[in-house]
Design a protein around this ligand. Structure first.
Ligand SMILES: [Zn+2]
Ligand SMILES: [Zn+2]
Length: 271
């Protein structure tokens, strides 16, 4: 049976004969319905019209995506570990080439996704690799295709074993999570953030928003929460959600500096 995918956000819906009436992910103010209206594709079609794209970022970290970009245009990351690989974030078209490559690399032990904009076809990936998807329970209401493989966790952190930890930062979404990889950046720690923390053109800063497409900022209390959530973790490098301009060095200091700048901007008095 056909599964429909929203072409604006990449979210896949349960099998159906006709497209869903609407896409709640796009109706939310953190996304948008395009001016041209709600459009749908199918899982078969997006697999047919996209090719796999890969990029090596550092040893044991591989970017996974498609060309041309689809929907929001993010790419996923594969953390390769002897104890089992972890997929961070997701893209809608899961191509045969991607399946072959991942199987050759040992498959997947788990999938974790930063926030609902990247849930896309997570159920397809989970079934293809016979593994669970870990989401924070505060975002459970945004799961458009429930499945036994989609699991939620509660609280502030959850270990995926062997130095990989999910950290709830909130902000962009209440359950927005990042992944701390202790062995990343040559053992200095790496943080995989989706757009819970946003890499920006200036590599000396990152930023944070409640709605990126619609430019709605977060309150200072949310910035405090993100900083506090990350405080116990060392990380030299940060990886955002995009192919380009998304790798940040000296990342711990960059996040601290950026949080301070953001708070200052929220209270600035223009003369
Ligand atoms: Zn959508
Ligand atoms: Zn987002």
């Amino acid at each position: 049976m056909t599964t429909f995918i929203c072409t604006a956000c990449g979210t896949q819906y349960p099998p159906s004969d006709a497209p869903p009436a609407n896409c709640p992910i796009c109706q939310d103010q953190r996304q948008y319905i395009p001016a041209s209206g709600q459009r749908w594709s199918t899982y078969d079609e997006v697999r047919r019209t996209h090719r796999a794209a890969f990029q090596r970022y550092e040893p044991h970290l591989l970017g996974l995506g498609v060309t041309p970009d689809f929907a929001i245009g993010q790419r996923a990351l594969l953390v390769e570990r002897a104890q089992g690989n972890i997929l961070w974030d997701c893209v809608a078209p899961l191509t045969d080439a991607t399946i072959d490559l991942l199987r050759a690399l040992g498959g997947l032990r788990a999938i974790a996704i930063s926030h609902p904009h990247y849930y896309t076809t997570m159920v397809e990936w989970a079934h293809a690799f016979d593994c669970d998807v870990w989401l924070h329970e505060d975002d459970a209401r945004w799961v458009m295709r429930p499945d036994a493989r989609v699991r939620t966790w509660s609280g502030e952190t959850r270990s995926l074993g062997d130095g990989v930890t999910l950290i709830r930062c909130g902000g962009h979404f209440a359950g927005g999570q990042v992944l701390h990889w202790q062995d990343g950046a040559a053992g200095n720690g790496a943080l995989l953030v989706g757009d819970v923390v946003q890499a920006v053109p200036d590599a000396n800063f990152v930023s944070f928003m409640w709605s990126y497409p619609n430019l709605v900022p977060l309150p200072a209390s949310a910035i405090d929460k993100i900083e506090q959530a990350l405080a116990p973790y060392a990380f030299e490098r940060l990886y955002g959600a995009w192919w380009n301009r998304s790798t940040v060095e000296d990342a711990k200091n960059v996040v601290t500096r950026s949080a301070a700048r953001y708070r200052e901007a929220l209270t600035r008095v223009l003369l």
